[in-house]
Design a protein around this ligand. Structure first.
Ligand SMILES: [Zn+2]
Length: 401
């Protein structure tokens, strides 16, 4: 619905999903079973490239596969209890080499730089082990350093330290510049028999064709709302909140996780407040409700407009299907308000109202002044709602409903 995702906050509530990554991959059973199958029958490729949009589980799948490759037991999935699994689950396995983008080097002492980045790498690894759906890029990260790739290739050229194989996982592989990609390419061209390379990317075009052709490509598609909602409920999110967050997740578990950690019912109230002020076209009310609407905490502002669009969608569902459609409502617990809007504005064009909200979200994403965007939207919503029914008409309609 809202196309501008760039400004989206990268923070994901790590607490919402716990434990080792091997136990927490959402969906994608087909990919995971296929990978495990080819590995267990000795037909696995030495390099895989997982590509797909943000938050769909590329890192989680890669880390789960890495755990399987390192596990001591010959079971269909990593056992989760052997020595290898215990350290790979924490991303502390000496034969699991993890690369991700880092911020640029700072001017000053090289030693300080090394120390700072060693600590950043270690804390980011710990966070990823806890939640493989968080952003694989630490804050301000730019690219994968060539020095780290060279050091890593040197290490992978020797025998594994602890397991019988070694795995290199390169997250956001497209952030390597050409020189870094070429350094990695050498290893991909002549992989040691016991080495596996797992690359992830949201942007395949950012990789050299030579890298792409050396990897078996696996497309990781967006998840279904059902899969996301199920996983959120399992991680302790109340069902109604999970369904709403999943519907707004656009197939991204990371995004849904982020939404599910927010106070969505408060945001729902604000959306209704803004719609009420638009209906009345009261400047004072509008000023207050517009600022409240855009106060979304760490969530992107566009989220507020997505909510508004979902509320209007619920009203449209009620008009089209009557109460039988109420199980489709995303604004659970707001049935009376939804019914009230429908009864009060019998001539409203809710479909056009949803389109107006979409356009406003686009303007916000393009950086237009937010207050103006909301005022323009309020006027448009006022027009779309049409005249308010008199109380007589309302009571007649209620009897019919
Ligand atoms: Zn194991």
């Amino acid at each position: 619905m809202v196309r501008q995702r760039e400004k989206e906050s990268r923070r994901v509530a790590a607490s919402a999903i716990g434990g080792s990554p091997t136990r927490h991959v959402v969906g994608h059973e087909d990919i995971r079973e296929r990978l495990a199958g080819v590995f267990r029958t000795g037909r696995a490729a030495h390099a895989y490239l997982f590509s797909g949009p943000r938050g769909v589980g590329k890192t989680a799948i890669a880390l789960e596969f890495a755990a399987l490759v390192l596990c001591d037991r010959e079971e269909p999935t990593a056992c989760g209890t052997c020595r290898q699994c215990l350290s790979s689950g924490e991303l502390q396995h000496p034969d699991l080499h993890l690369l991700f983008p880092l911020p640029s080097k700072k001017a000053g002492s090289a030693d300080d730089d090394e120390r700072e980045f060693a600590s950043l790498i270690s804390s980011h690894k710990a966070a990823l082990a806890h939640n493989p759906y968080m952003s694989s890029k630490p804050a301000k990260a730019k690219d994968i350093r060539i020095g780290l790739v060279r050091t890593l290739l040197h290490r992978t050229a020797i025998k594994p330290f602890q397991a019988s194989r070694k795995v290199v996982v390169v997250l956001n592989a497209d952030t390597m510049n050409d020189a870094t990609q070429n350094a990695l390419l050498k290893a991909l061209e002549e992989p040691a028999p016991d080495a596996y390379f797992l690359l992830t990317t949201e942007n395949e075009g950012g990789l050299l064709p030579t890298i792409r052709s050396r990897c078996q490509r696996i497309r990781v598609s967006p998840l279904t709302s059902h899969e996301i909602a199920g996983a959120l409920v399992q991680s302790g999110t109340p069902e109604e909140q999970a369904i709403l967050a999943a519907a707004m997740g656009d197939g991204s578990f990371s995004r849904a996780l982020e939404l599910s950690a927010a106070n969505l019912s408060e945001l729902q109230q604000r959306v209704i407040g803004f719609l009420r002020a638009s209906a009345m076209c009261d400047p004072m009310e509008l000023q207050t409700s517009a600022s409240a609407l855009l106060d979304t905490g760490h969530l992107p502002e566009e989220i507020a407009l997505e909510f508004l669009g979902l509320f209007l969608r619920d009203v449209a569902v009620l008009r089209a299907s009557g109460q039988q459609g109420s199980h489709l409502f995303l604004f659970h617990g707001f049935q009376e308000t939804i019914q009230g809007v429908l009864t009060s504005y019998p001539q409203a064009d809710f479909e056009e109202a949803v389109r107006a909200v979409d356009r406003a979200a686009d303007f916000l994403g393009r950086g237009y002044t937010r207050e103006w965007v909301l005022y323009a939207l309020a006027i448009r919503l006022h027009e779309c709602l049409g005249p308010r029914a008199s109380s007589n008409t309302k009571s007649t309609q209620k009897q019919h409903a």
